[in-house]
Write a new protein. Structure first.
Length: 253
């Protein structure tokens, strides 16, 4: 049935500089809140977030969308180093010196976002909805403190005992949406390029070295959040991709 509803509130601040004197950048910050009673994209709840648990009371599953990002920052920059012929520094460089110091470019794409909402898996099956398992319901305040837990593993909490702050959903009840927040994500992609002018007008060779997740930030994902696995509750089971580098040689004409 057509029972879904959603709303979005947000504000964005953007600062831009058009390409001039070898420099261009773009900075964007968004503060927002997305609310609905069913969604799944990008979060970890899968069908548990996309399906309304209690069709007799759809509003009981209303909460932060699975893709809700409260704070989101992204930026990019391109900068041509001011060295070499017709540049601010060493503008009168000879041909061989210009081939060494000139034609350098640095660029980067940066992103930071706060954690996405997620649910806690329960122990029961199909107790309210024939398609969906039960979810945990928070019964006591929970403090998220990402770091190393009492087992010595990366976790959302200081101790797996946080599992005791949740109770299972009983038949006929509606589980808790957006009970917790996943880890934040930080990523920097950086590229360095060097262009070599050729004797023919408009011809050049460019060498590029690119690093994705250049600083090798560890972005934890897939925490264990199931009431039937209390010994590992909150502990991460995977990470996003580590640093990846690639190199390219391009002939332009």
């Amino acid at each position: 049935m057509n029972a879904g509803n959603a709303e979005f509130h947000g504000a964005t601040i953007s600062i831009r500089r058009a390409y001039n004197s070898g420099l261009a950048f773009d900075f964007n910050y968004t503060f927002s809140h997305s609310i609905d009673n069913a969604s799944a994209a990008e979060g970890s709840a899968a069908l548990d977030g996309a399906v309304i648990q209690n069709v007799f009371a759809p509003g009981q599953f209303r909460g932060s969308s699975d893709f809700d990002i409260r704070h989101n920052i992204n930026a990019n920059v391109i900068y041509e180093l001011p060295f070499g012929r017709n540049k601010k520094l060493l503008s009168g460089a000879s041909g061989w010196l210009d081939q060494i110091v000139g034609g350098w470019q640095v660029s980067s794409i940066m992103r930071y976002r706060t954690g996405l909402p997620t649910v806690v898996q329960g122990n029961y099956t199909w107790n309210t909805n024939y398609w969906q398992n039960s979810l945990g319901i928070m019964t006591a305040p929970v403090t998220q403190k990402q770091g190393i837990d009492s087992n010595g593993n990366p976790s959302l909490f200081a101790s797996t005992d946080v599992v005791n702050s949740f109770a299972d959903q009983y038949p006929g009840q509606t589980g808790m949406r957006a009970a917790l927040r996943l880890a934040a994500m930080t990523n920097f992609d950086i590229a360095v390029g060097k262009s070599f002018r050729l004797p023919w007008e408009g011809h050049r060779i460019q060498f590029r070295a690119e690093a994705f997740n250049a600083f090798n930030n560890v972005n934890f994902i897939k925490p264990s959040l199931a009431l039937h696995a209390p010994a590992t509750f909150g502990e991460f089971t995977d990470t996003m991709a580590p640093r990846v580098m690639q190199f390219a040689l391009r002939y332009e004409f």
